[in-house]
Write a protein that binds this ligand. Structure first.
Ligand SMILES: Cc1cc2nc3c(=O)[nH]c(=O)nc-3n(C[C@H](O)[C@H](O)[C@H](O)COP(=O)(O)OP(=O)(O)OC[C@H]3O[C@@H](n4cnc5c(N)ncnc54)[C@H](O)[C@@H]3O)c2cc1C
Length: 468
């Protein structure tokens, strides 16, 4: 790919109208108008939780940055919605943030006003979404004490992948077997319901469940969580304002050149070269350091001039599909939360995915959100069709109005994990070893866990290396 000749049409005034170059030449700043060459200390890729945090904190530390985000706005898994008639705001993606110092410091830097997270009181109904039938006797109390007692055996998992050697076999058990071994049946449904976005939880490795339902989660659900005012999108509105023109939205890296070895310099325009497709054409980024925060699947990282080691590591990931949506005209009762359950007590009433986990009314009357997960690829149309069928089954034909999908968001690929064999072979140690190699650092959920505050902490720990 690096040497394949391509034909570029130059639309820039003053240049030849047709300029034949190959990609290698395209890394040459002389082939770009000066306004399209961006020279920075650090280039950050991905403007979700970790990339935005990294860019803001690097700027705060006096580094020049550029942040490249493929969507039209920053925010990643944050989905906020404001009711046009009442002005009431809700979040139907990321809900709340663990109230720890790294979160508070970041929000203070962005000058955010925050309050304690106070979920709306709801009446919960358990129903089999495949039939619409109510499910009785689901064990759910949101008391995670027996689960927490097991999790506490592995305190290092909160902020690292430092697994004991040899790896305790409990961590590599399918979580269903772990539940049986430690008699966690009373809490199994609650763990499933809290681990939305994880694959079929009874089959998933216990370590992957522990990395999702971790101390940050347990602390947050017991009340130690904060939210910005008026909604979570405010984090990214403030971050966008803070970073100004240094954010390239609707942009992706199409080719990259990274040095074979790390350099000691952190000044602008070192050995990183990125060709970025932006809405106003291709631009060249020259940077000393690179912080990559996007899901590191091979399909997503292919343009980054991967080394054989990086390619081998990233070929191990498997991921889930995860969707969030807002619905009107559901015909479902006010103040209701429908939780998908299964009649079988042998599997703790936990249903199989692909399926909707829940359909829940928001603080905006009549507006429901649904979260949908799948261990295999599902399309937007398939999800919408399934959710429409579930609602028709649940509503007992109380409404004739057509269901409206007010919003629909993809969080795919979600929850990147690797299998027990790779973990046993030292996958996460090797992943850690690529940090800082080739002037490149990696952050994001795949590298640690799916909690924004834990990820702020993880990203923060990378900064001294990046700053040099
Ligand atoms: C529905 C839902 C609810 C959640 N609730 C909570 C919660 O209440 N509290 C909490 O702490 N965590 C929550 N999480 C998890 C948390 O948000 C994630 O773990 C966190 O956002 C991960 O951060 P990240 O930077 O790895 O990824 P993301 O935030 O997803 O950021 C990655 C960014 O990279 C961009 N990108 C992807 N590919 C490219 C590319 N090729 N080029 C450029 N940009 C690219 C994406 O568009 C995205 O903006 C929730 C997640 C979901 C889906």
């Amino acid at each position: 790919m690096k040497t394949a000749p391509i034909l570029l049409l130059s639309l820039y005034a003053g240049l030849s109208p047709v300029l034949a170059v190959n990609v290698r030449d395209d890394f040459d700043a002389q082939n770009y108008p000066s306004g399209d060459v961006i020279t920075r200390d650090v280039a950050v890729i991905g403007g979700g939780a970790t990339g935005t945090y990294g860019a803001v904190k690097l700027r705060d530390a006096g580094k020049s940055v550029v942040l490249v985000e493929k969507e039209g706005l920053l925010g990643g898994h944050v989905n906020s919605y404001t009711d046009p008639s009442t002005g009431v705001s809700i979040d139907y993606g990321v809900q709340a943030f663990w109230n720890i110092s790294v979160t508070r410091d970041y929000f203070a830097l962005l000058n955010l006003t925050t309050g304690l997270y106070q979920p709306t009181p709801l009446t919960r109904f358990y129903a089999d979404f495949q039939t619409g039938a109510p499910v009785e006797g689901v064990r759910s109390s949101f008391n995670f004490s027996a689960y927490a007692a097991q999790l506490e055996k592995y305190p290092q998992l909160l902020y690292s992948w430092d697994l004991p050697s040899p790896i305790p076999e409990d961590l590599l058990l399918p979580f269903g077997a772990f539940i049986q071994k430690y008699n966690l049946g009373d809490e199994a449904f609650d763990v499933y319901f809290s681990a939305q976005g994880v694959s079929n939880i009874l089959d998933e490795l216990t370590v992957h469940v522990f990395k999702f339902i971790d101390e940050s989660f347990l602390s947050s659900v017991s009340g130690n969580a904060i939210v910005p005012t008026p909604n979570n999108a405010e984090i990214y509105a403030k971050a966008s304002a803070y970073l100004g023109d240094d954010v390239l939205l609707s942009s992706t890296v199409v080719a990259a050149k990274r040095p074979a070895n790390s350099s000691s310099s952190s000044s602008s325009g070192g050995g990183i070269r990125l060709i970025v497709q932006t809405p106003t054409g291709k631009k060249l980024i020259k940077a000393s350091k690179l912080l990559i925060s996007i899901p590191p699947l091979l399909s997503n990282t292919a343009p980054f001039d991967l080394s054989p080691t990086e390619q081998t590591l990233f070929s191990h990931w498997r991921s889930t599909d995860y969707y969030t949506m807002l619905l009107r005209n559901t015909g479902l009762p006010a103040g209701a939360q429908f939780a998908n359950a299964n009649a079988s007590t042998a599997t703790y009433n936990i249903p199989l995915l692909p399926a909707a986990y829940q359909i829940t009314e928001t603080r905006i009357p009549g507006l429901f959100y649904a979260w949908y997960g799948s261990p295999v690829r599902v399309t937007e149309d398939e999800v919408k069709e399934d959710v429409s069928s579930v609602i028709a089954r649940l509503q007992n034909a109380t409404t004739t109005a057509a269901l409206e999908f007010v919003e629909f968001r993809s969080h795919t690929p979600f929850k990147l994990v690797v299998d027990a064999g790779a973990i046993g072979d030292g996958f996460y140690g090797e992943l850690e070893a690529i940090q800082g190699q080739r002037d490149t650092w990696w952050t994001g959920a795949a590298f640690m866990s799916h909690d924004a505050s834990v990820l702020y902490n993880f990203t923060q720990a990378l900064l001294p290396g990046i700053i040099g």
